[in-house]
Design a protein around this ligand. Structure first.
Ligand code: HPA
Length: 284
């Protein structure tokens, strides 16, 4: 922990989430209304934060229990405000395990959103397209996931209120997925269902790994979201996730992968992604 920070990195459980939530509520002040959703913005998708109205912002570094986000493209801000007139909490940035964070910390923001009263968790991410027909700029609604991170945020003693053995037969809420499809149709944004596979990173995959993922049933591959959705299910939040396909996964095109291209592709679909999520929140 660097000098001057006012909290201990690594406090990630229920009491720590309550402390973070108290700080956020207090910072928002009198205009606070319980959020209809907590929304995390993935790489290149931070533009939705600018669509928020009546915004109150706080840097991650101010939120008790949050470390400072480090990845380029992740502003590292928590925002409170309204989308389509409905209160939401938004995180521009997240804590990836490839940064060295343990799974409980990667999932900690979800605990905080829950402590703030959000019944719905909306994840977004940048992902490589494993399904061969996916092209950069496609949006995929996550129908299910495969956890190849080999980590789980629930390892350790059970926190009060957590399920010890959470059911994962319906991790992405069917009614919310239907609502997302309705929203996509309403704003004329193509949205295809698929399976997201989470890997630790930070390397992109090898072509052989991508062929393996394809055989395993993955449609997209990324380095986030899975710990967060596991946490959401364990604490009784309904979850939904949208992947922005920023590139064909390794070996499926002749391009080499780099983070800048991922970011640029994210920005190219940002407009469609923003319309989709705003319309979704309107329907919540
Ligand atoms: N692999 C893993 N994570 C990613 C990719 C990818 O190809 N693109 C964006 N995030």
């Amino acid at each position: 922990m660097s000098a001057g920070t006012h909290h201990t990195i690594g406090q990630t459980g229920v009491p720590a989430a309550a402390t973070a939530a108290a700080y956020i509520r207090q910072t928002v002040g009198a205009v606070w209304r319980d959020p209809v959703a907590g929304i995390v913005l993935g790489s290149g998708l931070g533009g939705l934060a600018d669509r928020l109205e009546n915004t109150v912002r706080m840097p991650f570094s101010r939120v008790p229990g949050f470390p400072t986000a480090t990845v380029a493209g992740h502003a590292g801000q928590l925002l409170y405000g309204t989308l389509a007139g409905r209160p939401v909490v938004m995180l521009a940035g997240r804590f990836h395990m490839y940064e060295g964070h343990e799974a409980p910390l990667a999932a900690f923001p979800v605990r905080v959103l829950h402590a703030l009263g959000a019944p719905v968790y909306v994840a977004s991410n940048a992902a490589g397209g494993v399904r061969r027909t996916f092209v950069p700029g496609d949006l995929m609604l996550v129908a299910d996931h495969i956890n190849l991170m080999f980590r789980n945020p629930l390892i350790g003693p059970t926190e009060s209120g957590d399920e010890r053995f959470p059911d994962m037969s319906d991790p992405y809420d069917a009614a919310l997925r239907a609502l997302m499809h309705d929203a996509a149709a309403a704003v004329n944004v193509p949205l295809q269902d698929g399976v997201y596979c989470g890997l630790l990173g930070p390397t992109y995959e090898t072509p052989a790994e991508v062929r393996m993922l394809e055989r395993l049933g993955a449609d997209a591959v990324g380095m986030s979201t899975v710990p967060e959705v596991i946490m959401a299910r364990a604490i009784g939040m309904r979850a939904v996730a949208v992947s922005c396909i920023t590139n064909k996964a390794a070996g499926l095109s002749h391009e080499k992968l780099n983070h800048q291209e991922v970011m640029d592709a994210g920005k190219a679909v940002a407009g469609r992604f923003e319309s989709l999520v705003i319309e979704f929140v309107r329907r919540l």
